[in-house]
Design a protein around this ligand. Sequence first.
Ligand SMILES: [Zn+2]
Length: 222
Amino acid sequence: MDKYNIDAEGDGTEHDHLSSSLHTPLREDAFKMTDDLKIELIEKHFREIMHILGLDLADDSLQGTPHRVAKMYVKEVFRGLNPHNKPAAKLFLNRFGYNQMLVERDITLYSYCEHHFVPIIGKAHVAYIPEKHVVGLSKLNRIVQYFAHRPQVQERLTMQIAEELKAMLFTENVAVYIEADHLCVMSRGVHDVSSSTITTEYAGLFQQEQYRNEFLAYIHKR
Ligand SMILES: [Zn+2]
């Protein structure tokens, strides 16, 4: 099996038509280790990094940092790597026949740039036009958080959210819009504190101008 094409989402969905870049590059043995063992090993290596930087690990302010960082990586900021943490889809039949757009806007987004391991901070706006199924609103937020809690590039994050919404809602009619600041751009490199990055994915009806414009009007309306 191509290591970049494993079913990282754990949902058994095959995305043959999509490039391998849609998938987070995970090894097949990614979850053979327990979380506890991962934390123990990362802690050891992070202590080494701090030591090499010349920090005194005996200082009581620094002592607990390797363990805190290891636990934060495995249990919090990168918990979306593990398919077991994927939110279960609980759908409802669209009994009321709602066939207009539903927009969930201003979803707070915290992710991590996979090139520098520093935060990406922004907002996600997602929308869908239901067919036979609707979903609880908090689920849309959870899907965004699940894919954000991985080392990411914003383009892939946007596409992963869109693909998951399509598969979960049994419709192509989904839109995802992410605007985010990358701390690797703001705090280092070109030190640009005012630029932000926008990525979008429009599928199904959202490829038509009228639906796309309606979506954009909702998310820009204050
Ligand atoms: Zn970066």
